[in-house]
Design a protein around this ligand. Structure first.
Ligand code: ADP
Ligand code: MG
Length: 697
């Protein structure tokens, strides 16, 4: 059955096939329901008229009323413009148009009273409005008293004359038809508890607010609803899974005990011990584990992963660890090979550059069950990679895999799904974790291994280079190693590569007696690996590199990280890079080199880095600066395409929404109670209309 809100937008008066095609393509609006949920992103204040004498430059767009007292075209070429004098009883301003001059010249008539809406800018001694909106004064607009919605649009739509005004008209048209069809989607008790206005009120006021107060309440209500249903879906997924998906039981601790007693290279931190306990209780529960392991760079997630692998192997199953890059996979392999060797367990590495013959034997080992541990990149998601019995999949995520890829690992085992442990190195803010990973249980290693000295972070301008080089010399002569990192982004790749090579050369000149490694993304994997190994083995003491070293490289003797053009890196990236040092017993340093000119945002980033080593604090600042959509790797995840809520700002609301969802599901897991009927209907509706990114259909 097709509901009113499923009606194709084409059938709305004023739309038709051509405009509908544009709305589909440009704004993803297909139905009445899509349109009504296409919310304004700001509102123009038409609640009052200002007198020209009251105008200030600080004002946003404002409206004034008065008459045109003169108009002329001035300037030539691209400076040609129409300038009109506009007066109210006390003052006068200029209205300026650079485009559509001829048309405007005819349209505006002296003597007629107009309402003009624009942004006051002081030009010479007079205020002027560039490209203002202008309409003859009518009984209706004279009343003022309203907030005018402004809708986000694309260039293409504007060029086809679908502007914000046009959207306003469509929304008006639609709301008249839809008003009585709007269904309430939140139970009354929840509405009462959080003082939420009803859905109909909310939709009417989000498009055409009757007052500032009602607008705020409409936004509040719609945000709550959006966050509530996201949380409900995630939590329900978790419940269903716990209910439905059995997990293999890993309760044999013989291997683990042996490892602890004979080979553990250091004392585990309390945080590591706690996390291992949490994981162990999942693994022996008989339910499939889906756990997120958060821990700052260097907090020691790898050993935790290995201990879990021993539990899996002890139960006769196999395990895999998937890393985001070849270098990182290689690094994990090197580390884990040592542990696995002690424990006499088979381990292999599978990446895009694994030779065909090696692949074949890996595939065989996996199928026969002889190969216990497989480390790799996304290459191990390929079809041919089949396990005899995959018991545990560890994903070292660094934000780079999406939910969809996570789910592909699941299907690697026939019958029972493997237990899944997702490790992330940059702690992400709670609000994001709740949304991106809301369906997972979360463990955190919130403590660094003992004896680590906090890294000292220092900001230096390029003009201090000699001083920095001297510092570097001193560090190297006392036996340390150093990284020098350059930005390299695709858009300016050529220039960036040049900077890197120039930097490399000047370092070679400044350190004529040193062998210096260089690594960048354009090198062949073997060459990269070769250079990397030279540095790891201590044959070189300086490594000049692009961010390829961001993930993973572990050289405890490296104690200096110099980041060139630090202003060009994002916060979480800077934090990741810094995490490459501070791994040994020596005092480590991170030096952020920048030019003198810094944008406000770069200043905040640099200051934050200098102030704190805490990954949670850093990711919180990053979220505030950039918004959730731009945080590393979150784009593809889909869950962040929110209609109205903003994860950077609505943390408290999210918390309330999540608590409410938990309470509802605890009380009524299948949403069968009559008071939850509206929720059930809404869940069923959205299931039909949203792309299902989860693995549970
Ligand atoms: P990350 O969490 O960033 O993956 P790693 O697992 O690579 O961190 O660990 C960082 C370094 O700290 C490694 O050299 C590892 O051997 C070491 N390490 C891990 N746990 C401890 C510990 N409890 N005590 C001392 N060193 C540790
Ligand atoms: Mg790691």
């Amino acid at each position: 059955m097709r509901g009113f809100f499923d009606t194709p937008v084409e059938y709305l008066k004023g739309v038709g096939p051509q405009r509908s095609a544009l709305l589909n393509k440009e704004l993803n609006i297909f139905t009445f329901g899509d349109l009504i949920q296409y919310y304004p992103f700001r509102y123009e204040d038409r609640t009052k008229f200002y007198r020209i004498s009251e105008l200030t430059e600080e004002m946003p767009h404002v409206q004034v009323k008065g008459k045109i007292t003169g108009k002329e075209i001035v300037g030539v070429g691209f400076k040609k413009r129409l300038v009109a004098q506009f007066k109210d009883d006390k003052g006068s301003i200029e209205l300026v148009w650079f485009q559509g001059i001829k048309w405007m010249l005819e349209k505006i008539k002296p003597g007629v009273e107009y309402v003009v809406f624009g942004k006051p800018v002081m030009y010479g001694k007079k205020f002027s409005f560039a490209h203002p909106e202008i309409e003859p004064l009518t009984e209706k607009n004279d009343k003022g008293g309203y907030l005018q919605p402004v809708y986000p649009l694309t260039e293409k739509l504007r060029s086809r004359h679908i502007d914000s005004k046009a959207l306003v008209r469509l929304q008006q048209e639609l709301l008249v038809l839809a008003k009585d069809k709007i269904r309430e989607t939140l139970p009354v008790d929840i509405q009462a508890q959080y003082q939420l206005i009803d859905k109909q009120q909310a939709l009417l006021n989000i498009h055409f607010p009757q007052s500032h107060g009602l607008l705020t309440r409409a936004q509040h209500r719609l945000k709550f609803e959006e966050l509530f249903y996201i949380q409900l879906r995630l939590l329900k997924m978790k419940l269903v899974r716990q209910d439905k998906f059995k997990g293999q039981i890993f309760s044999d601790v013989a291997l683990l005990t042996k490892f602890y007693n004979e080979f553990l290279p250091f004392q585990l931190t309390d945080a590591q011990k706690r996390v291992i306990k949490e994981i162990y209780s999942d693994l022996k529960s008989g339910k499939q584990m889906n756990r997120l392991l958060q821990g700052d760079v260097g907090s020691g997630k790898t050993i935790v992963a290995f201990v879990c692998m021993l539990l899996a192997i002890g139960a006769g199953t196999q395990c895999t660890l998937m890393a985001p890059t070849e270098i990182l996979a290689q690094q994990h392999f090197n580390n884990l090979k040592t542990y696995a060797g002690h424990m006499r367990q088979t381990i292999s590495l599978l990446t895009g550059s694994t030779k065909r013959s090696d692949r074949k034997s890996i595939h065989e080992g996996l199928r026969s069950g002889d190969l216990k541990i497989l480390i790799g990149t996304h290459a191990l998601l390929e079809e041919e990679v089949k396990f005899k019995n995959l018991g545990l999949a560890v994903i070292d995520e660094q934000h780079r895999f999406g939910v969809a890829q996570r789910s592909r690992l699941w299907s690697k085992n026939e019958g029972v799904f493997p237990h899944v442990l997702v490790m992330t190195a940059t702690p992400i803010p709670r609000t994001l974790a709740m949304t991106l990973y809301g369906d997972l249980d979360v463990s955190a290693i919130d403590q660094l291994p003992a004896g680590r000295k906090p890294i000292k972070t220092i900001h230096k301008y390029d003009s201090h280079r000699l001083q920095v080089n001297q510092f570097l010399k001193d560090q190297i002569s006392s036996g340390r190693q150093a990284y020098i990192v350059y930005p390299l982004i695709e858009e300016s790749e050529k220039l960036d590569l040049k900077h890197l090579m120039d930097g490399y050369e000047s370092i070679c000149r400044a350190f004529p007696d040193e062998a210096i490694s260089i690594v960048h993304g354009k090198m062949k994997p073997e060459a990269k690996e070769f250079e990397m190994q030279r540095f790891v083995k201590g044959e070189t003491n300086i490594m000049v590199a692009t961010t390829v070293i961001e993930v993973g490289v572990d050289v405890p003797n490296a104690s200096v990280m110099i980041i060139e053009n630090a202003e060009r890196f994002g916060l979480s990236q800077l934090h990741q890079l810094r995490g490459r040092v501070g791994r040994g017993a020596e005092q480590s340093y991170c030096i952020l080199m920048t030019s003198f000119k810094l944008s406000a945002d770069s200043k905040v980033r640099i200051e934050t880095m200098v102030r704190t080593n805490n990954g949670f604090e850093i990711s919180e600042t990053d979220l505030q600066l950039r918004g959730p959509g731009d945080l590393m790797g979150t784009q593809q995840s889909g869950v962040l395409d929110l209609l109205i809520a903003d994860l950077a700002r609505d943390g408290k609301l999210l918390q309330q929404a999540r608590e409410t969802a938990i309470r509802v599901l605890e009380d009524d897991p299948n949403l069968e109670k009559s008071e939850n009927k509206v929720i059930r209907i809404q869940v069923e509706q959205t299931k039909k209309s949203t792309v299902n990114w989860s693995r549970i259909s």
